[in-house]
Design a protein around this ligand. Structure first.
Ligand SMILES: [Zn+2]
Length: 233
């Protein structure tokens, strides 16, 4: 085979492999990544990505309060900055806060400086909002390759993904019933459930939250925060 063609094929193959690794929910090059916790206890963590937004924060807090469930919110620095009182009310309601970057950029092909600023600035805002617990990190779009995991490992931050996500399996137009059924049928002890409720376009997801909680509770599940779940390892 011509050397030039061979080199192109190798590069293409490496590119494809790196693409799949960048979106893996269970592997990264540096540090540990958690998608669920291996346990026999019927515990599950409910996590909400993005925001806080004016559209959804009060409603999701009301639902969780009514169901007496503590969840984990992966918030964006920029949105905390824009909606600071909402971040404070998530904290004062007793929920856990995770770092979901400042601007929700894909953390690929970015400088070390860019990545560290995105993470540090967001952590600072989370602290300003009054949160005192452990802050884990969830990559925007679940994307990570070299520098992001390297920085997280250097700074002792835990990367948290998920094992249950509805969009990848059901698409964005799934009904409330389909979302509830998918989550309840696929949850197992130690699962980390990812739901997007912060946008108006995800009304069906918000509407599924009370039903998901009720059904999993009736199966004997207890809802815990991500750091509680991690402490069971
Ligand atoms: Zn996100």
């Amino acid at each position: 085979m011509n050397k030039g063609i061979f080199a192109v094929l190798v590069l293409l193959l490496v590119g494809i492999i790196l693409f799949y690794i960048s979106r893996s929910t269970s592997f990264q090059f540096f540090g540990e990544l958690v998608d669920r916790v291996d346990t026999e206890r019927k515990v599950v963590a409910l996590t909400f990505d993005d925001g806080p937004t004016k559209y959804a924060t009060d409603e999701i807090l009301r639902i969780l309060d009514e169901k007496n469930v503590k969840a984990t919110f992966y918030l964006m620095g920029q949105s905390i900055d824009e909606n600071f009182p909402l971040a404070k009310s998530i904290v004062s309601s007793g929920h856990e806060i995770g770092n979901h970057s400042f601007s929700h950029s894909r953390m690929l092909l970015k400088s070390y400086r860019f990545i560290s600023n995105e993470i540090d600035d967001t952590d600072a805002l989370i602290r300003e909002s009054g949160y005192v617990g452990e802050i884990t990190f969830r990559p925007p779009y679940g994307k990570k390759l070299f520098l992001l995991p390297y920085y997280l490992k250097q700074t002792n931050r835990q990367t948290v993904m998920w094992d249950i996500a509805t969009e990848a399996n059901l698409g964005k137009d799934a009904t409330t019933h389909e979302i509830t059924e998918f989550v309840v049928n696929n949850t197992q002890p130690g699962s980390i459930i990812l739901l997007h409720v912060m946008y108006q376009s995800r009304k069906q997801v918000m509407a599924s939250v009370p039903e998901i909680i009720d059904q999993l509770k009736s199966e004997g599940y207890e809802f815990v925060t991500v750091s509680n779940l991690l402490s069971l390892r």
